[in-house]
Ligand binder design. Structure first.
Ligand code: NG6
Ligand code: CA
Length: 507
C-alpha cells in the first residue's frame, strides 16, 4: 500500500516519528560505538574478588558482574605486567619481540609508533582515547626519556589523545605522574635525574639508610627512597612532582572521571590501568585495616572503590547503558613481591588464585587466568557467565570488529575476533590459548601442555613458576589445580600439542 504522507493525520505522524526515533535509537545503541572502558587491575588474582569467591568484599566489582557477564576462562597473555600490557595494546604476543620483559623505569618506549595500537584503531572509528594509570611500557627514544622536557614518544604517539600515567610501576623510579608529554608539577629549578646504575650524588638509599624506610624491603626495593619507601632505581630532584602513594588511586580515579566527563558527547575509549594491587601496597587511610587481611586486602578495597568511582561517573552522566566496561588483571596474584607487608601472614583463608595453582610469574593457570568481567547493559544480559576461552590479546581484533574497523595488514597478528563470546552471544571463544611466563604453554580443549624449560620450579614457597625440565601435561577438566602431570601417559598428545605450539611460535 502506498501511503500518501499528506493524508496521514498529525497524531499518527507523531507516533510514527516517535517509533522511528526509538527503534533507530535502540539500533544505534546496540550496534554502533559504545563507549569502551578497560579497567586493568595489577596483580589481581582469579580469587581476589568476592564475585569470584574471594574473602575480600568487592561490592563495586561484583556489581559489574551482576549487571554483566563474568568469564571463568579469561587470560592475560603473560604472567607479568609489561608483556601482558604490550599484548593487550598491540594484539601481538610480547614474547615475539626481544626486550618486552618487566621494563625498568628508564626503558625506552617498547611499542613501535609506526604500528597500530588498539587506540589507533578505535581512533579510526571516531573514538577519543585516554590512558590513565600504570604504563610500564617504556617512554622516550632509545637514548632514554628527557624527563625534564618533552617525554616522547609515548602514549600520544601510539594513538591516545590523552595520557596521565605512572611511567613504570609504583616500586620503580621516577615516582612522578606524566601528563601527556610532561611531568606534572615539575619545578624546572629542581630537575629530575634518574639512573638504574648507581645512586645519584649523595642520595640516601634503602640499602644504606634503612632507618629512613617505613616499609622494609624483603628483596630488591632498596635503592631510591621516596615517601619513606625504597624503590627500584635511583632518583633525585623533582621534589614538587613526587607522588604520594596514599593518593595514587584517588588521583587516577579523578583523571579517569574527568576524561569521561570531557568526552561524554562522543564515543570514547578509556584504558584505566590501576596501580592497585601492585607493591608497594600503601592504601589510603580510608581503607587501611578495613579488609582484615592486611594492606594487600586493603588495596583490593581501594581497587574496588576505584571501580565504584568510574561506575558512578558513568551513571551520573547517563552513559552506563551504552558503555562497554571490561574489568580484568594483567597477571595473577602474588603475596610477598619484595616488601615486608604481611601479605602472607594476614592472608587467613583467602585464596588469591581461587582454585588455581601458581600466581604471578607462573605458567600454572594462576599466572594468567584472571577475573574477566564485561558489562554493557545495552547488549549483554545481566548476571550471565561464560566458560568461553578468551585471551586479552583478542581485545584488539574484537573491539575493532565491534566498531566496524578492520585491523590493517601486519596489525595485531595474534588477535582473534571473539566479540561474540565477549558479549555473550556465543559460548565459545578461541579454540586454543598460549600463556607466557619465561617459557610457554598451550591449552586446547581440556588439555594444557607446558614446554620443558631450564630454571627453578619455584622462586620461593609462595611463588611457583610452573617450570620443569620435562614436558608437563595437565587435564584442566579433571584437575584444574594442575597437580598430576600426565605427560608420560599421553606421549602422542604431548607431541601434538608441542607441534601446535611450535606452529604458533613460527607464525
Ligand atoms: C620484580 C620485582 C617486583 C615487581 C615485578 C614487576 C624485585 C625483587 N621484584 O622484579 O617487586 O616490581 O618485578 O611486577 O625487585 S609487574 O607486575 O609490574 O610485572
Ligand atoms: Ca602486574
Amino acid at each position: 500500500m502506498k501511503t500518501n504522507i499528506n493524508k496521514v493525520p498529525g497524531s499518527m505522524m507523531l507516533l510514527i516519528a516517535i517509533t522511528l526515533a526509538f527503534s533507530s535509537n535502540a539500533q544505534t545503541t546496540k550496534t554502533s560505538k559504545p563507549n569502551i572502558v578497560i579497567i586493568y587491575a595489577d596483580d589481581l588474582g582469579y580469587g581476589d574478588i568476592s564475585a569470584y569467591g574471594g574473602d575480600v568484599k568487592t561490592p563495586n566489582i561484583d556489581r559489574l558482574a551482576s549487571q554483566g557477564l563474568s568469564f571463568t576462562n579469561g587470560h592475560s597473555t603473560s604472567a607479568t605486567c609489561t608483556p601482558s600490557r604490550y599484548s593487550l595494546l598491540t594484539g601481538k604476543y610480547a614474547w615475539r619481540k626481544q626486550g618486552t620483559g618487566v621494563a625498568p623505569g628508564n626503558a625506552p618506549l617498547i611499542l613501535d609508533p609506526e604500528k597500530n595500537t588498539i587506540a589507533d584503531v578505535l581512533g579510526k572509528a571516531g573514538y577519543k582515547s585516554a590512558v590513565v594509570g600504570k604504563w610500564h611500557l617504556g617512554l622516550g627514544p632509545k637514548e632514554g626519556a628527557d624527563w625534564n622536557g618533552d617525554i616522547k614518544p609515548g602514549p600520544l604517539e601510539l594513538g591516545f589523545n590523552y595520557s596521565y600515567i605512572l611511567p613504570a610501576t609504583g616500586d620503580r623510579v621516577p615516582c612522578v605522574y606524566v601528563e601527556n608529554h610532561r611531568i606534572v608539577n615539575l619545578d624546572p629549578k629542581d630537575p629530575v635525574h634518574v639512573s638504574y646504575l648507581a645512586p645519584i650524588a649523595n642520595e640516601p638509599t634503602g640499602l644504606n639508610n634503612p632507618e629512613l624506610l617505613r616499609v622494609q624491603s624483603s628483596h630488591g626495593h632498596n635503592q631510591a627512597i621516596v615517601n619513606g619507601i625504597g624503590r627500584i632505581g635511583y632518583m633525585t630532584g623533582g621534589k614538587s612532582a613526587l607522588w604520594t602513594d596514599e593518593d595514587i588511586a584517588a588521583v587516577l580515579a579523578l583523571k579517569a572521571s574527568k576524561f569521561i566527563e570531557n568526552n561524554k558527547n562522543q564515543p570514547f575509549f578509556l584504558y584505566l590501568a590501576t596501580h592497585d594491587i601492585h607493591v608497594p601496597r600503601v592504601p589510603n587511610s580510608k581503607f587501611l585495616g578495613k579488609s582484615g587481611l592486611g594492606v594487600r586486602g586493603d588495596a583490593i578495597l581501594q581497587l574496588d572503590w576505584t571501580v565504584g568511582q568510574v561506575t558512578k561517573t558513568l551513571d551520573s552522566l547517563g552513559l552506563s547503558k551504552n558503555t562497554l566496561v571490561i574489568f580484568s588483571s594483567d597477571n595473577g596474584p602474588v603475596l610477598d613481591d619484595g616488601y615486608v607487608d604481611e601479605a602472607i601472614e594476614k592472608l587467613g583463608t583467602h585464596k588469591p588464585a581461587g582454585p588455581l595453582r601458581g600466581g604471578k610469574y607462573s605458567l600454572f593457570d594462576g599466572g594468567t587466568r584472571v577475573p574477566l568481567i564485561v558489562k554493557w547493559p545495552a547488549a549483554i544480559a545481566a548476571g550471565s557467565s561464560s566458560d568461553a576461552l578468551i585471551s586479552q590479546v583478542d581485545f584488539f581484533a574484537s573491539l575493532a570488529a565491534l566498531t566496524g574497523q578492520k585491523p590493517g595488514a601486519g596489525d595485531a597478528p595474534d588477535s582473534q575476533n571473539v566479540i561474540n563470546a565477549l558479549t555473550g552471544k556465543s559460548k565459545s571463544g578461541r579454540s586454543w590459548l598460549i600463556a607466557h611466563a619465561g617459557t610457554l604453554s598451550i591449552t586446547k580443549g581440556d588439555w594444557k601442555y607446558i614446554e620443558p624449560a631450564k630454571g627453578n620450579a619455584a622462586a620461593s614457597r609462595h611463588k611457583e613458576l610452573g617450570k620443569s625440565a620435562v614436558a608437563q601435561l595437565y587435564n584442566l577438566k579433571n584437575d584444574l589445580a594442575e597437580t598430576r602431570n600426565l605427560a608420560d601417559e599421553n606421549p602422542e598428545l604431548v607431541k601434538t600439542l608441542a607441534a601446535e605450539l611450535e606452529k604458533v611460535k613460527s607464525l
